[in-house]
Write a protein that binds this ligand. Structure first.
Ligand code: NA7
Length: 546
């Protein structure tokens, strides 16, 4: 263990010393702790800002919060015991159920004793002479470790738009990603929701059922597919119990880590009639799987246009008021080139008398006043404003940690023009820092637990190999980063994702953020192969030293 060999300099600062520090106790941090502590026998510790485990599912408690991955795939698969010991109740797990699941996993694995809760990391600095990371928390804690592993999630830094006048608002306002634990009572209230991404689309139907009146402020109209959420049948639960090894194999071999394969047919190869039948069936089945009915939905413009038209037509069929339907179906981007939401009664909600939609393309928000929202065309009196405005995705959570590497180089400065990493795992100048689901890895384009398990397994193997060979420092080489960044952009440019310029995948939702396509879109299975090959070749592209 590191404690035995650490130079005095590190201990003299009263730092609590570990082999590895992990930041964040969500899916990623919990599994990383288990892997390093229980498999490698290292001293590992987690620092977590929240007062409990759960990560994104600890903070995102807004009404209707639910995962878009199917429950039997949205869980740990590394342990047969964990899989067999848990039963999901619905097709898509709700936030409270996922939080219960993560507590179940934490307790089963006895993780909480090695997590400090209520510890928000405010600085992490690499000391080259000591070859140690020093980490400070807002609460005054000082920790040091050889390895620093960020497990802070990709969508955890709330994006609160800078709209003039917010401080003047006399009502209450909330961001969905920082929702109060005691909940919000909308009964009898006039509510405004700003944002119609996955979050807004989940929250709007639930809020509208309680509120006196709901005004939805929509900047970009969005597609949405019905989730068709429902309680799981006993037959399905039995199927999962008996076939989970096979389900796991499918998830590990598919492009995006979901438990289904993409059909090997083109949208353009089938007759109109057959295509329509396929889409209708997929619409009835519900969920993200509609994307997987054809292989070229995200690579061929014409194929994408056909799917997009099908979905726009559905909106016009569901929403009865033609004026509302026109605003909601006026979508300016191809289906799934921004993250596609799935919903429970979203478009139907606009058939309620107490729900209106305002197009911010037609009337921009000018300011928030004491009594509501003022647009270029009018004023909307409100008691509560809900910002469903998303996140400073992928880089935001890392920048919040104020990480500085060799020579006190700040990550924020190194990535000023956009994130640059090797495999999304490491950054030049930041030795022994690993970023789970970091930019440059498949992460947000996948079913997250699959991407997380792959990264954690790779990092664990890497640290184990280093210890075997007596190496104490690993750092990505500049050439390897250059090559990887070219690959990340090349695969992205082969798709339609880079044609939609206002997606958070490109950082476009945060003013001033560089427009760089951040995740690796070459597919989870291919990415896994690349990472394994790198490790098999003695960590090709990394410099390892003693
Ligand atoms: P998203 O998908 O980033 O959606 C945020 C929404 O808020 C989207 O409709 C934005 O419009 C809108 N937005 C953002 N800033 C503003 C301002 N300044 N004014 C008006 N409207 C604004 O975040 P979600 O929380 O819904 O989902 C995040 C991910 O969580 C999701 O993709 C899943 O992976 C799970 P825009 O489209 O940018 O014009």
């Amino acid at each position: 263990m590191l404690d035995a060999v650490v130079p005095l300099a590190a201990t003299s600062t009263n730092a609590r010393l570990y082999d590895a520090l992990i930041i964040g106790a969500g899916f990623a941090g919990m599994y990383q702790l288990h892997s390093l502590r229980d498999r490698l026998g290292l001293s590992a510790h987690v620092l977590e800002a929240g007062d409990g485990v759960g990560g994104t599912w600890y903070w995102n408690r807004y009404p209707g919060a639910r995962c878009d991955s199917e429950s039997h795939s949205y869980c740990y698969h590394f342990s047969d015991e964990l899989v067999q010991g848990w039963e999901w109740s619905e097709r898509y797990p709700s936030q409270p159920e996922i939080l219960r699941y993560l507590n179940y996993a934490a307790d089963k694995l006895d993780l909480k004793r090695d997590i400090t809760f209520g510890a928000r990391v405010v600085a992490a600095r690499y000391d080259e002479a000591e070859n140690l990371w020093h980490v400070q928390t807002e609460q005054g804690g000082h920790y040091a470790a050889r390895y620093l592993i960020t497990a802070v999630g990709c969508l955890s830094s709330a994006n609160l738009p800078k709209i003039d006048g917010i401080a003047d608002f006399q009502g209450k306002w909330y961001h969905t990603g920082e929702w109060p634990h005691e909940g919000v009572d909308f009964t009898g209230k006039r509510v405004g929701v700003i944002g119609t991404g996955s979050t807004g689309i989940q929250a709007i139907p639930v809020i509208s059922a309680a509120a006196k009146h709901l005004t939805v402020f929509q900047r970009t109209a969005n597609y949405s597919i019905p989730a068709r959420n429902a309680p799981l049948t006993d037959d399905f639960k039995k199927y999962v119990r008996e076939n989970f090894a096979e389900i796991r194999d499918v998830m590990r071999s598919t492009v995006n880590g979901h438990p289904w394969r993409i059909a090997d047919r083109s949208v353009l190869d089938v007759s109109d009639e057959e295509r329509n039948e396929i889409f209708e069936k997929a619409w009835e089945r519900g969920g993200l799987r509609l994307r997987a009915e054809f292989r070229d939905v995200l690579t061929n413009e014409e194929a994408n246009r056909i799917v997009s038209d099908f979905l726009k037509k559905k909106i016009s069929q569901i929403v009865k008021d033609p004026a509302k339907a026109a605003i909601l179906s006026d979508i300016d981007h191809g289906f799934a080139t921004k993250r596609p939401p799935i919903d429970t009664g979203y478009f139907e909600t606009y058939n309620r008398d107490n729900v209106d939609v305002v197009s911010l393309r037609a009337e921009a928000i000018e300011r928030i006043t004491a009594t509501g929202v003022k647009t270029s065309k009018g004023e909307y009196p409100l008691d509560i404003i809900v910002f469903a405005t998303g996140f400073d995705a992928m880089t935001g959570p890392l920048f919040n940690l104020n990480i500085s590497g060799r020579g006190d180089m700040a990550l924020r400065d190194v990535w000023r023009e956009g994130p640059r990493s090797y495999l999304g795992l490491q950054v030049v100048g930041f030795p022994n820092l690993f970023t789970i689901t970091g930019p440059g890895s498949p992460s947000v384009l996948t079913n997250m637990p699959v991407a997380i398990e792959q990264h954690v397994d790779w990092i664990t193997r890497c640290i184990a190999d280093m210890r075997k060979s007596g190496q104490t420092r690993i750092e990505a080489k500049p050439d390897a980063v250059d090559d990887w960044m070219v690959q990340v952009q090349e695969v992205a440019n082969r798709t339609l994702f880079t044609k939609t310029l206002h997606s958070w995948y490109l950082g476009a939702n945060v003013p001033g953020k560089p427009r760089v396509f951040m995740p690796y879109i070459g597919g989870m299975a291919r990415y896994r192969r690349i990472c394994d090959e790198v490790a098999d070749k003695g960590y090709e592209g990394f410099a390892l030293t003693r």
